[in-house]
Design a protein around this ligand. Structure first.
Ligand SMILES: [Fe+2]
Length: 196
């Protein structure tokens, strides 16, 4: 039989070569020391909104924005609509921290970039976000999983790795078992119409 895939759930990933990662790491750890956490989806970790226009992030900013532009191109976004970064926040997650399952409401694309990624520091897991599927095709039906049958998939953090996903995809982060902190930067991109 012929088979076509419709309504796929894309997850993009890439490795970014950033020359001042040590400086970014130091910047994040200093912030963690001196500022209280903002609470988004994190349990026991530290999160803080930051300005990606700060000089320490300039190289990273241009490389991430380039990747997002590439993804917007895959969507064939209309020229009257632009995709812009709306929110950036840093995460310092130490042993025992994790993130509840969540989505990023009213955003288009979300991204995470890993500044440090010690072993067993927790992975980001994406869940099939099609509402009816989990009850109609439970995972215990399948002897071997493949992209047609998976209900979730995880990405292990690596230094310099960028992961991008549609903001409506349910995701969570497993608990960190590492004595070293996992430092990541997260971004939300939103669609703006010409009149905005
Ligand atoms: Fe998230």
């Amino acid at each position: 039989m012929n088979r076509e895939l419709w309504f796929p759930t894309p997850i993009w990933f890439d490795h970014l070569e950033i020359s001042n990662l040590n400086e970014i790491e130091h910047y994040c750890l200093q912030k963690e020391k001196t500022e209280p956490t903002d609470c988004y989806s994190n349990v026991n970790g530290w999160q803080k909104e930051f300005d990606l226009n700060d000089v320490v992030f300039l190289e990273l900013q241009s490389k991430i924005d380039e990747k997002i532009e590439e993804i917007a191109g895959e969507y064939n976004i209309k020229s009257s609509i632009s995709v812009k970064r709306q929110l950036s926040w840093m995460n310092v997650n130490r042993k025992g921290s994790y993130n509840h399952v969540h989505i990023h409401p009213r955003k288009f694309l979300s991204a995470v970039f890993y500044v440090t990624a010690p072993e067993n520091c927790g992975e980001i897991v994406f869940e099939d976000s099609r509402l009816q599927r989990s009850s109609h095709e439970p995972s215990n039906w399948f002897s071997e999983m493949n992209p047609l049958t998976f209900h979730s998939t995880g990405y292990i953090p690596e230094v310099g790795k960028l992961v991008v996903f549609p903001s409506w995809v349910k995701h969570y982060v497993t608990q960190s078992l590492s004595d070293e902190p996992r430092i990541s930067l997260a971004f939300d991109y939103k669609v703006f119409y010409e009149s905005d």
